[in-house]
Write a protein of this length. Structure first.
Length: 133
């Protein structure tokens, strides 16, 4: 039997604690329901797995003490047992296949957003701010 160094055991313990905390955030039914309605209002199709990842990212943007978007994607990947690359790819796919997302976001924020300006970080940031309001 190979002994795992204490350092790695501590890292695994910390990662498990983080995963538990992040799961608590994204599984809060009232917040999740509001986030899902917000994303559906923006016409992002719920049939894509990226829809769930987007909802998770919006919730974690507000709730968790994460420093940047990569940390948010990493947290979603940890919770969903996917790679960070897969999380980003699936969210981008869902956003790309939404119907007139730029128009829906423009209506929400109150100023025009060009279709060419739509990207994953912008969508998460705006929708997360409206989740809080």
């Amino acid at each position: 039997e190979i002994a795992v160094p204490r350092f790695f055991a501590v890292l695994n313990s910390m990662e498990a604690q983080k995963e538990k905390q992040y799961k608590e955030y994204v599984e809060d039914k009232s917040i999740r329901h509001k986030a899902e309605l917000l994303v559906l209002k923006c016409r992002v199709p719920a049939k894509f797995i990226g829809f769930d990842f987007l909802v998770d990212s919006i919730i974690l943007f507000n709730a968790a003490e994460l420093r940047g978007f990569y940390d948010i994607y990493s947290a979603v990947a940890l919770i969903r047992r996917r790679s960070v690359k897969a999380v980003i790819r699936d969210i981008c796919y869902a956003i790309k296949h939404s119907y007139a997302l730029h128009a829906s976001l423009s209506d929400l924020v109150g100023f025009p957003i060009a279709e060419s300006d739509i990207h994953i970080g912008l969508v998460i940031a705006y929708l997360a701010k409206f989740l809080v309001l």
